[in-house]
Design a protein. Structure first.
Ligand SMILES: [Zn+2]
Length: 172
């Protein structure tokens, strides 16, 4: 009984956060531009981390981030519908990324859902947030980044289109 109450409270909190983010959600085109900029900067050696942090902050402002898989399930069910196969697929996909983040010693910071306005509709992009330890070399960061991108493959889930694009850019 107590547990049911806790889950209901969690669901209510997540729904409120989602509704708040929807009101201030950025346009889908703008979100895509920012994601492309971050990817381009990430592939450029050198100290661009400040600019990347600012861009990430803008995406975060249009995202809901939760810490655990049960919370992430609630969030995904709210946007895709309880019976949608997209829920389980996104859970498995992002969990695969998160597992490799932790195996590699990077710092998992949450499961996220980017909320973007597309005309009268919304687009929802699930993701896994993490940071890399400051002491890591550029080479180490790149190797780990590649393994994190590839994680769904390893766990029998499909790579997303953005995973594939990012991996192919690494091979250039
Ligand atoms: Zn992915």
């Amino acid at each position: 009984m107590k547990e049911t109450f806790a889950i209901e409270t969690t669901r209510e909190n997540i729904k409120q956060t989602l509704d708040t983010v929807k009101l201030k959600a950025m346009d889908f085109e703008e979100a895509q531009e920012i994601i492309e900029k971050i990817d381009a900067l990430s592939n450029t050696p050198g100290k661009r981390s400040k600019e990347i942090d600012i861009l990430r902050g803008r995406l975060r402002n249009s995202s809901v981030t939760v810490e655990t898989l049960p919370e992430f399930r609630i969030l995904l069910e709210l946007v895709f519908g309880v019976d949608s196969p997209d829920v389980q697929n996104a859970l498995e996909h992002e969990n695969a990324h998160a597992n490799v983040v932790q195996q590699e010693g990077a710092i998992f910071t949450g499961y996220s859902l980017l909320v973007a306005k597309d005309g009268e509709e919304y687009n929802f992009l699930p993701g896994t947030d993490y940071e890399t330890p400051k002491r890591w070399s550029v080479k180490k960061r790149e190797d780990v980044y590649e393994r994190i991108l590839n994680a769904p493959n390893k766990y029998g889930n499909e790579l997303s289109e953005s995973d594939r694009i990012r991996l192919s850019k690494l091979e250039e």
